[in-house]
Design a protein around this ligand. Structure first.
Ligand code: FPP
Ligand code: MG
Ligand code: MG
Length: 344
């Protein structure tokens, strides 16, 4: 493919860096001699046909950021030998990021009692709750070892903060679903913790692993990841109302059925106060879900959610456009577009 069409497709441009990340995790990073733990931990990392791999958005972001900051390293005359070493550590960071993400999905599907993930049975449906939780813990442990081996304490701090944030986001979600008031700000804060922090801090870490990268560039990487993450979660929450189980690879209307008020509901509740009691009782009474769907329809709640996502995607693009020009920078811009346009 021409360079132009590769820029338009961030997944294509990052393919040489990303294509065997799952295989490396499955083969080299999470193997253990205990057969059950071994197959549970490698559940999403070993299929031949690539099923179960997911979109790998996070590794793609990490590798594109890593390449996009290379003009700065080149300007400072970093040797090609040194550059290859740096790229190897950034690639390991991409693997760590995917391991942390997958660990959180193992736990999330237990908490959410989800049947399917990435078009196959959720890990706890395949191995039982106890093994799924332990396999998630094991992935986190392996990710921590890999992180320590990067020998960069700032990166360790960044990525450990992510784990704290994932837990905090999940707790906030359980807590505010009990409260059920229309509070977009609280909702966005929760989205930062559960989704955006991982993207922000892994992009930041990719920059930190570079040689002599200025604080401005490190900040740009963080800001890019943060806004892509917020946009990503907003679209996820919009798709929950639009997609089908087949298109999503996981159940649709899952949030409402779980009693969660995401952005479309929160927007609708601003002008439809009758939604608030239904939200507070987690849509448990007959007719609550239909009422919510009707109000969201009347107030264009799903499209308003997508518009807010587009605003965050633009902030992400602004951040990354401050970097030196490169195909990788432009591809990051396209990735922010794709996050908003996606259907799964
Ligand atoms: C998916 O959200 C879940 C997350 C983004 C984070 C889950 C975090 C935890 C369970 C805390 C434990 C963390 C670790 C690191 C083990 P969702 O349920 O809204 O999305 P879904 O529709 O994809 O399930
Ligand atoms: Mg879930
Ligand atoms: Mg969840």
């Amino acid at each position: 493919a021409s360079l132009d069409s590769q820029i338009n497709d961030p997944f294509l441009l990052s393919r040489p860096d990303v294509h065997d990340i799952s295989a490396t995790i499955g083969k080299d990073l999470v193997g253990t001699d205990h057969p059950v733990l071994n197959s549970a931990a490698r559940y999403f990392f070993t299929s031949e046909d690539g099923k179960g791999k997911g979109k790998q958005v996070r590794p793609v972001m990490v590798m594109l950021v890593s390449r996009a900051i290379m003009p700065y390293e080149n300007k400072r005359g970093v040797s090609s030998h040194r550059l290859a070493h740096i790229l190897k550590s950034q690639r390991r960071l991409a693997e760590i990021t995917e391991m942390i993400h997958t660990a959180s999905l193992f736990h999330d599907d237990v908490i959410d009692d989800a049947d399917t993930r990435r078009g196959q049975p959720a890990a706890h449906r395949a191995f039982g709750n106890k093994m799924a939780i332990l396999a998630g813990d094991y992935l986190l442990a392996r990710a921590s070892i890999c992180l320590a081996r990067l020998r960069n304490v700032d990166v360790v701090e960044c990525m450990s903060t992510v784990i704290e944030h994932l837990v905090r986001g999940e707790v906030l979600q359980i807590k505010d679903s009990r409260k059920g008031v229309a509070d977009i700000e609280g909702y966005l804060r929760k989205n930062f913790y559960k989704t955006a922090s991982l993207m922000a801090n892994s992009c930041k870490s990719a920059a930190l692993l570079g040689e002599n990268i200025s604080p401005e560039v490190v900040d740009a990487a963080y800001t890019y990841g943060k806004h892509v993450g917020v946009a990503f979660q907003l679209i996820d929450d919009a798709l929950d109302f639009e997609g089908s189980a087949a298109s999503l690879g996981k159940p649709a209307l899952a949030d409402l059925n779980a009693g969660l008020s995401t952005a479309p509901v929160l927007f609708a509740a601003e002008s439809h106060g009758q939604l608030i009691p239904a939200m507070a009782r987690k849509f448990k009474e007959r007719g609550d879900i239909d009422l919510a769907l009707r109000c969201i329809d009347e107030t264009d709640g799903v499209n308003r959610t997508k518009k807010l996502a587009a605003i965050h995607a633009e902030k992400a693009m602004d951040a990354v456009m401050a970097l030196e020009p490169s195909p990788y920078r432009d591809s990051l811009v396209h990735l922010a577009c794709r996050v908003v346009d996606r259907s799964r």
